[in-house]
Design a protein around this ligand. Structure first.
Ligand SMILES: Nc1ncnc2c1ncn2[C@@H]1O[C@H](COP(=O)(O)OP(=O)(O)OP(=O)(O)O)[C@@H](O)[C@H]1O
Length: 305
């Protein structure tokens, strides 16, 4: 059974249609990338799941029922806007959030120390949050979202503001949560994280779903392209959308840049060449990256390389 099931969700703010007939579901153990440019409706959707704001129409079933703040005990959330109360130490902060989620102080403390240890922050456990660097404070905030071992972990732009080492650490935490069976949803503008982590992803544009599926399915949305050196003209091969010569025309062996028709697998073209005696000396496939797919389906705005 899905941990989160969103059906025909709509959210209007006055004239702004922030979420437009959105449906998707996330299963236990799944890592789900929630991608879209600025203002696509990602944060608004997550806030509706948390019952911070209410939908205009449509339905959300989360952890077997309608959104309810009492479900906080089973949900972990890292909001996009960072910030914790300065004046409290790292461990006090984590314990405070653990208590809000229904944990005992001692469980929250031991779990909090374990997380700080993993985040290389144990020595700063008693430091005031206000005295920490932005990245350190962000790791403490991440710890507050993980302290209760949530069944549903929702991270809004979790990678922003972290250096590459800490981004790697966060990737590990996401994988760890999924391995113990949690459903993980994260939003990002950085396609490489999504490419590395996601089992499935959803591309959102102006509140509407443009794509939902696996990375492989996303790649199939764009035609594959090839560079080949062949002894025949590839333009006559079935499945080839177009081909043009790379460089000067040659008498025998010619390098070509070939684009296939959408949905045509490069292997099919290779088989055709073999079966029809078309000589090949080079065969390089280039599959679309998630960045290319994002730009194609959502537009270039709001994507980082
Ligand atoms: N409380 C609000 N009142 C009015 N409009 C809002 C409110 N919250 C969000 N919006 C609008 O809804 C749309 C979606 O915003 P949202 O914050 O969900 O986008 P997002 O995908 O999270 O974007 P970003 O990647 O920039 O954080 C935007 O046009 C935004 O201005």
């Amino acid at each position: 059974m899905a941990i989160l099931e969103v059906s025909n969700l709509v959210k209007r703010f006055g004239d702004v249609l922030a979420v437009d007939d959105l449906s998707f579901s996330v299963a236990p153990g799944e890592i789900f990338g929630f991608l879209g440019g600025n203002g696509a409706g990602k944060t608004t959707t997550l806030r509706m799941v948390l019952d911070i704001i209410r939908p205009t129409s449509g339905s959300i079933i989360v952890l077997g029922g309608t959104p309810d703040r009492r479900k906080a005990g089973s949900i972990g959330f890292l909001p996009e806007e960072r910030g914790l109360y300065s004046g409290m130490s790292a461990i006090e902060t984590i314990v405070y959030f653990g208590r809000l989620k229904g944990m005992s102080a001692s469980d929250a403390r031991s779990r909090g120390m374990e997380l700080l240890e993993r985040f290389d922050l144990a020595v700063r456990a008693k430091s005031d949050i206000g005295d920490m660097s932005k990245g350190m404070a962000q790791k403490v905030q991440l710890a507050t979202s993980l302290v209760n071992d949530p069944e549903l972990l929702m991270l809004d732009e979790p990678f922003s503001g972290l250096d590459p080492v800490n981004q790697g650490l966060l990737e590990n935490e996401i994988l760890r949560a999924s391995e113990r069976g949690a459903a993980v949803i994260f939003s990002t503008h950085v396609m490489q994280h999504a490419e590395r982590l996601c089992d499935r992803l959803l591309l959102l544009r102006k509140g509407r779903k443009r794509f939902e599926g696996t990375l492989e399915e996303a790649r199939a949305q764009l035609p594959a392209s090839l560079t080949v050196i062949s002894r025949g003209d590839p333009r006559s091969i079935p499945g080839v959308a177009f081909a043009h010569r790379n460089g000067e025309a040659q008498e025998i062996w010619q390098e070509w840049r070939v684009e296939l028709e959408p949905g045509v697998a490069p292997e099919r073209v290779l088989e055709h060449c073999t079966a029809n005696g078309i000589g090949l000396r080079r065969w390089d496939e280039r599959h679309a990256s998630l960045h290319d797919i994002f730009v194609e389906l959502v537009g270039g705005e709001g994507v980082e390389q």
